[in-house]
Ligand binder design. Structure first.
Ligand code: SF4
Ligand code: SF4
Length: 261
């Protein structure tokens, strides 16, 4: 769990399993769009990939136009944040009078709101999830609507693939933090650059993989290699495996060809 997640949790009501809330957000609410400005909005690697489905841009162009590239605190892992406009209210660049211009591919934080989600590893390496509620005074969504518990809300907002992918991002950060504590070794500039390519620029990572022959040195089926080269989601998934292997020396899903056992 990051420090900022821990801070959110300490400041907001945590939802226990089965706790429910009533909520509806739609163009008819008086506050419509009020939550889409002056945000510190993290764009995870999967968020960026999905946003580009709608914008149709190359990753490099998307980042240049819409994002600030930061480093995850303590770990240094590349992390994008949405760049708010320089207008009076610092609107999100995708906010329109009619709503969100990228609604079908909106980022996970926008989908999760008014809830927030923090994860950490359990004793068996499993993902332990905590969910909290941001009940902000300006948000009229709580005035009426449907009853949801956390699971029903996540399903309603199409969050399953986002949570699955984002959990890998947070797990990689957690592993890197633990590795650095153990060995005193952080990520170097070259490794940071490769992490940025693998996580946020799958459209450039794919030709790199094709030309470098990197996958030929790994235990991989031809089907998986083809998927990685032709499907950005498969490429991102491979990117996590490869970063775990190259940064920490092991991963559950990938093995160098000469490694036995
Ligand atoms: S991406 Fe869409 S939902 Fe998220 S802050 Fe921007 S306009 Fe609002
Ligand atoms: S403030 Fe709440 S109800 Fe209003 S637009 Fe945002 S999420 Fe919807």
């Amino acid at each position: 769990m990051t420090d900022s997640s821990a801070q959110f949790l300490s400041e907001h009501q945590e939802l226990a399993p089965g706790d429910s809330f009533r909520f509806a957000c739609h163009p008819g609410v008086s506050c419509f769009g009020a939550c889409c400005s002056a945000l510190d909005l993290m764009i995870t690697p999967y968020d960026a990939l999905r946003l580009r489905h709608t914008t149709g841009q190359r990753a490099r162009e998307f980042i240049a136009l819409f994002a600030n590239l930061l480093a995850m605190p303590e770990v240094g892992l590349p992390m994008l944040h949405m760049r708010m406009l320089a207008d009076a209210r610092h609107h999100c660049p995708f906010m329109r009078d009619t709503g969100c211009a990228v609604y079908q591919d909106r980022p996970s934080a926008c989908r999760t709101y008014p809830l927030g989600r923090a994860t950490q590893r359990g004793p068996e390496g499993e993902v332990v999830e905590r969910v909290f509620m941001a009940r902000e005074a300006h948000c009229r969504g709580f005035d009426a609507g449907t009853d949801f518990d956390a699971g029903a809300w996540m399903h309603d907002q199409g969050l399953e693939p986002y949570n699955r992918a984002n959990d890998r991002y947070m797990a990689l950060a957690e592993d890197l933090r633990a590795f650095e504590t153990l060995t005193g070794q952080g990520m170097g500039q070259k490794q940071l650059g490769m992490a940025g390519l693998a996580l946020y620029q799958p459209d450039e990572f794919q030709p790199f993989l094709a030309q470098s022959g990197l996958m030929d040195r790994l235990e991989m089926t031809e089907t998986r290699k083809n998927d990685v080269l032709n499907d950005e989601e498969a490429c991102l998934d491979f990117g996590y495996d490869w970063l775990e292997l190259s940064l920490m020396g092991h991963t559950e899903h990938l093995r160098p060809k000469d490694q036995k056992g």
